[in-house]
Structures are given as C-alpha cells and as structure tokens.
Design a protein around this ligand. Structure first.
Ligand code: 5GP
Length: 113
C-alpha cells in the first residue's frame, strides 16, 4: 500500500507547517483551516482508522492528548477552549486514512453534537 500524505509530511517529502514533533507523533497546521488555529496531531505509525487501533498503539494515541494540551497552552487557548476531533470512515467525513486528531480553537466554534 502506498504511504499516506501524512507519512509523506513526516518523511519531509511534502512541506507542512510543523508545530511539534517527537518520537511518536507529529503535529502540523491543517492546509484548509476551519478555525483560527487548526492543527492535526498524527501518530508516526500509519494506522488507517480508529477501527484498526490495538493496545500496542496506546502510548502513541495517549500522546495525542498530551500534545494537544501542550499546543493549547502554547497558543493560549487552553482556558478559552478548543475542540479535539477524530473522524472515522465515510459518515464522519474521514478523508485521510492515517489516524489524526484535529485541534481547533482560537475562536468560538459552532456546536457539532
Ligand atoms: P479528515 O477529514 O480525514 O478527518 O481530515 C483530513 C484533514 O487533512 C483535512 O482537514 C484536510 O484539510 C487536511 N489535509 C489534507 N491534505 C493535507 C496536506 O497535504 N497537508 C496538510 N497540512 N493538511 C492536509
């Protein structure tokens, strides 16, 4: 299977505004932002959807939340608020089949549920 667009960002094959990186995850600005701040936080391991996660992935998936907390503080939206979203498959509108957490904030967000 060919590598995902996010793996290409991880491997520096395509450019992105990278705002965080460590051994397990990377975070970068969404190319089509839906809020003042819209970051994608992505495990380096290419997991297609939440349906494909295993217990072995828990360290990387837990790291998504600690990086979200870190970015929210760094961009000054931890108190005002932000939204974390993980879309899965077609009804949720998943477009990139490499698990990612959206972090949206910096302005008032419309209600989703
Ligand atoms: P999904 O709908 O799969 O949850 O979200 C995929 C997100 O990836 C979309 O918000 C889309 O704008 C973003 N995206 C797609 N291709 C690229 C890209 O090449 N670079 C960046 N930075 N974001 C991308």
């Amino acid at each position: 299977m060919s590598e995902s667009i996010f793996t290409k960002i991880i491997n520096r094959q395509i450019p992105a505004n990278i705002v965080y990186e460590d051994d397990l995850v990377i975070a970068f600005s969404d190319i089509n932002p839906q809020a003042k701040y819209h970051f994608l936080i992505v495990p380096k391991k290419e997991i297609a959807t939440v349906n494909d996660v295993t217990e072995a992935d828990e360290p990387a998936l837990g790291r998504l939340f600690t990086v979200a907390r870190h970015l929210a503080r760094e961009y000054g939206i931890d108190t005002s608020g932000y939204r974390l979203t993980v879309n899965t498959n077609s009804d949720a509108g998943q477009e990139v089949f490499h698990i990612h957490m959206h972090l949206l904030g910096g302005n008032k967000l419309g209600s989703m549920v």
